[in-house]
Ligand binder design. Structure first.
Ligand code: AMP
Length: 248
């Protein structure tokens, strides 16, 4: 089995995101960038399948600026075999990404694509679903367990009422949820080894995809600041204060 894992370069989840002074977006200059956390989980799952003898090759792919090479190198240092960088300098939108990924899938013919369930910068949660639809493949989203069987893959999904297990015909698209696994840290020797692993460079045009954005951001604002609380002496005080403020 060959596995393709799309990985996005996003603002590191530890960074406190700041809005640009002209309210056109968030500040990206001199901000630490990392692999989207759900994509680390997707890479980890692919590596575990390879280690279990269920996959032979793992290809990581990123659509982003040249600096997204670092994101691919992180995936290679974790254990992926090679990378594909589709160079694109401005923000990406899920539909365009899904179209590029469809092109990559057609060129690479993987049996399984594991994506993150969502990118923590746009929080869209759309790309995996769109890709499955464009390919006409089965999909198992929000996976907390993945078990390939003969010609099928069994995916346990996190849903509102608990867990649901679906059996997907292969090839398939799976998106990773937080509880799927705990991604490993790359070791220094593997980071060194990853420097020699190949990364192919492509453009969206190579796959015939027009990346022109379909959405425009009108204005980005900080959420309202949380006001300081007050201390009340008793439950009666609390109820009185809530009533006064019209909250009950
Ligand atoms: P989204 O639909 O934007 O929330 O992203 C869901 C998943 O799609 C991410 O976790 C990635 O696996 C993949 N993805 C989205 N954008 C990109 C990108 N620019 N490059 C590579 N993978 C991406």
């Amino acid at each position: 089995m060959k596995i393709l894992v799309p990985v996005k370069r996003v603002v590191d989840y530890n960074v406190k995101v700041r809005v640009k002074s002209d309210n056109t977006g968030v500040e990206l200059a001199n901000v630490k960038m990392s692999m989207n956390p759900f994509d680390e989980i997707a890479v980890e799952e692919a590596i575990r399948l390879k280690e279990a003898g269920k996959a032979e090759e793992i290809v990581v792919v990123s659509i982003g600026p040249k600096a997204a090479q670092e994101t691919l190198r992180t995936g290679l240092a974790m254990g992926a075999d090679r990378g594909i960088l589709v160079v694109h300098d401005t923000e990406t939108e899920p539909l365009a990404v899904a179209k590029v990924l469809k092109g990559v899938v057609e060129a690479e013919t993987p049996d399984l694509v594991i994506l993150g369930k969502q990118a923590i910068d746009d929080d869209c949660n759309q790309t995996g679903q769109m890709l499955a639809q464009l390919l006409g493949w089965s999909q198992g989203t929000f996976a907390s367990k993945v078990a390939p069987e003969d010609g099928h893959i069994s995916v346990t999904r996190e849903i509102d009422g608990g867990l649901e297990t679906v059996k997907l015909a292969m090839p398939a698209v799976v998106t990773s949820d937080l509880r799927l696994n705990e991604p490993r840290y790359a070791t220094l020797p593997n980071i060194m080894k990853a420097k020699r692993k190949p990364i192919d460079e492509k453009t969206a045009g190579d796959y015939g995809v027009d990346m022109t954005p379909r959405l425009s951001t009108l204005r980005v604002e900080e959420p309202p600041k949380r006001e300081a609380g007050i201390k009340v002496e008793s439950v009666a005080d609390l109820v009185g204060t809530l009533k006064e403020k019209g909250l009950i």
